[in-house]
Design a protein around this ligand. Structure first.
Ligand code: HEC
Length: 203
């Protein structure tokens, strides 16, 4: 290398000492030492590790990332909490919990797409049936009220009853999904019914 003199710093005592680089800034000079092997192997090791890590977790995706493990544990905890709450019966609160659980909401969306879109349209903006994304509800906006109207239907108005066909668990999932689109105000069928006054945060 051209920027240092190959002059040992001191040789009087018989030892080969550190080389000092030629340049100097504000009176500070630097040694030109070979890095210790433990340091170099830590560097090489971490490069190899990062490559393997990338391949296992991001290319082949055979490992579970910490944040995925965390999400799975959170979900298991939410399921357990929900099971405890549901033991004393369904409530607005149990539906609010379900609406926070991505797999339930996804299941509900799949059911909605299969059974409900012909009358409420894909994004819930309404056609034969009312717009489910606005803040106005004919039969009430509380989750328990939605559960009832989806379960029993409104025969006179052409809303089928779903409890027998779908079973309670799938009706609950579809209600959880509806809670996630409620209030998103997708422009569609004009508002029907009364404005929603239910506050999910209230006890
Ligand atoms: C055959 C058409 C049809 C299908 C299919 C249908 N609905 Fe309806 N739905 C209606 C009609 C019509 C109403 C309006 C009832 C009324 O005005 O009393 C309604 C009302 C509702 C309401 C109450 C809205 C409010 O403003 O209170 C909810 C909630 C609802 N439907 C959810 C669903 C879900 C969930 C599904 C699928 C599982 C579904 N509907 C499938 C026609 C349908």
């Amino acid at each position: 290398m051209s920027d240092h003199k190959d002059i040992p710093a001191a040789t009087d005592d018989g030892y080969v000492h550190d080389f000092i680089k030629e340049h100097e800034f504000d009176g500070i000079q630097e040694f030109d030492n070979k890095l210790p092997n433990w340091w170099l192997w830590t560097l090489y090791g971490s490069i190899v590790f990062s490559l393997l890590y990338w391949i296992v977790f991001h290319t082949l995706e055979i490992g579970t990332l910490p944040r995925e493990r965390h999400a799975a544990e959170m979900l298991a905890a939410q399921e357990a909490q929900l099971a405890r709450a549901a033991a004393s019966g369904l409530s607005n609160e149990t539906f609010a919990m379900m609406a926070g659980m991505a797999p339930r909401v996804a299941e509900g969306r799949a059911i909605f797409v299969q059974y409900c879109v012909q009358c409420h349209l894909d994004d819930g903006r309404g056609s034969v049936g009312p717009n489910l994304t606005d803040r106005f509800w004919v039969h009430g906006c509380e989750p328990m009220a939605m559960y009832k109207v989806v379960s029993d239907g409104v025969a006179a108005k052409g809303m089928p009853a779903w409890l027998n066909q779908l079973g309670p668990s799938r009706v609950q999932a579809v209600v959880a999904y509806m809670l996630t689109i409620q209030g998103t105000d997708v422009p569609g069928k004009p508002a029907e019914g009364e404005p929603c006054t239910f506050d999910p945060a209230a006890p």
